[in-house]
Design a protein around this ligand. Structure first.
Ligand SMILES: [Zn+2]
Length: 401
């Protein structure tokens, strides 16, 4: 049987209509799939309880973007919300490490926050939301970090409900910053948000003037944050990196991501012995610079012992209040004249730098996508949280069914 193009189109249209419960795709939509009438949102409705709710697909205003979600990573912040709701957001649609495809957008949406053109079918990520200053772009805001703004995935629920990336659709509204990242593969796009945290930390570290091309660097803590830190340092051409952790598998992965050597704290009796072993590995020298990437107060107290006189420290392990740490200000900071910087979240500019980092890391063969160890369908998001809390994987991603 032969068919002309019109007949083929008619059949395709019929199939699409049946897929979308009888409704024809909206006129201004595009992409391989028709937009359904309802969206599925993973709503945290009580502690450790996520329910998949269905909401009507919202109207897309002149400044809005409707995105079909392709995936979103679980962040430590999501896990804290799931366990304890420290921000008091329940009921809340979580998920801020997400990415997806533009399936519908308002007539006023022409470019992303870097000024790059966007079209239906483009892949995007979101950054901060500036409700009071919707015209802001990355060029205006190099210094303010995300601590002063909202992000999708940590918003109170409202009548739209499509506020987090743990969903199959999300509505991006006026005042949001977003980037066209169509040139990155899905796994890289899921890793953008956590990588931006480390791009920011390394930029903070560079302000000390101590982190240089041939620096000896210690990275303490080899969860996703420490591992990404190592990959960024390697991409910058820093070749003397010692990874510190208590998990042999993570230390092996740290080496594949650019660490030149590793120290397992379970092999040493106390911090003095471990600092001595570190110096041995650095040809008799302590570290010029250290990144503290654990959320442990003992980890903070210990990190100074790895650092040489006149060295530097970036502390980025405490995204939330992890308690007090005890240090000796004389020996740890004053007598050694240590320069310290703190780092928390990121700026818009760091997001743009992150896209280049991900491409550079791949170009030199770092297995950065292997940071995503597990993928769960949206319908099994409770299991995904449990896997995250068990800490037996690295980055856990949730993918719409
Ligand atoms: Zn996060």
């Amino acid at each position: 049987m032969e068919m002309n193009t019109n007949q083929v189109e008619a059949i395709v249209k019929k199939v699409l209509e049946s897929l979308s419960n009888g409704s024809a795709p909206a006129a201004s939509s595009a992409g391989s799939k028709a937009i359904p009438k309802t969206a599925k949102v993973a709503m945290l409705t009580a502690l450790e309880k996520v329910e998949i709710k269905e909401y009507p697909m919202p109207e897309v205003g002149d400044d809005d973007i409707l995105v079909r979600v392709e995936g979103c990573g679980i962040c430590g912040t999501d896990a804290h919300e799931y366990k304890r709701d420290p921000f008091g957001l329940i009921p809340v649609a979580l998920g801020h490490e997400g990415t997806g495809e533009i399936v519908k957008m308002g007539k006023n949406v022409k470019v992303d926050s870097a000024g790059k053109a966007v079209a239906l079918g483009d892949k995007i990520v979101t950054c901060m939301i500036f409700k009071d200053n919707p015209d802001i772009t990355m060029f205006d805001l190099n210094k303010q970090n995300v601590g002063g703004a909202d992000v999708y995935g940590l918003l109170p629920d409202d009548d739209v409900h499509l506020n987090g990336w743990f969903a199959d659709y999300i509505l991006i509204r006026k005042g949001s910053t977003f980037f066209n990242v169509s040139d990155l593969d899905l796994d890289s796009r899921i890793l953008i948000e956590p990588c931006a945290v480390l791009i920011h930390a390394v930029e903070r570290a560079k302000t000390t003037g101590i982190l240089r091309f041939n620096s000896r660097v210690v990275v303490q803590g080899c969860g996703p944050i420490g591992l990404i830190c190592i990959a960024i340092l390697k991409t910058m051409g820093i070749n003397n990196i010692i990874a510190v952790d208590g998990n042999a598998g993570r230390l092996e992965f740290a080496k594949r991501l650019g660490a030149s050597d590793s120290l397992n704290f379970k092999d040493y009796n106390g911090i003095e012995a471990m600092a001595g072993a570190c110096a041995q590995k650095f040809d008799g020298h302590l570290a010029d610079f250290a990144f503290q990437c654990t959320g442990s107060p003992v980890g903070h107290a210990n990190i100074y012992k790895f650092i040489r006189n006149g060295g530097g420290l970036c502390e980025l392990g405490f995204f939330i209040n992890g308690g007090d740490a005890t240090i000796n200000p004389h020996f740890d900071i004053c007598a050694k004249e240590i320069t310290t910087v703190g780092s928390w979240v990121y700026t818009l500019r760091d997001y743009a730098t992150t896209f280049d980092f991900l491409k550079s890391a791949k170009a030199i063969g770092l297995p950065i996508n292997e940071l995503i160890t597990d993928k769960y369908p949206l319908s099994q998001i409770n299991e995904a949280y449990k896997k995250n809390l068990a800490m037996t994987g690295l980055k856990i991603a949730v993918i719409p069914d």
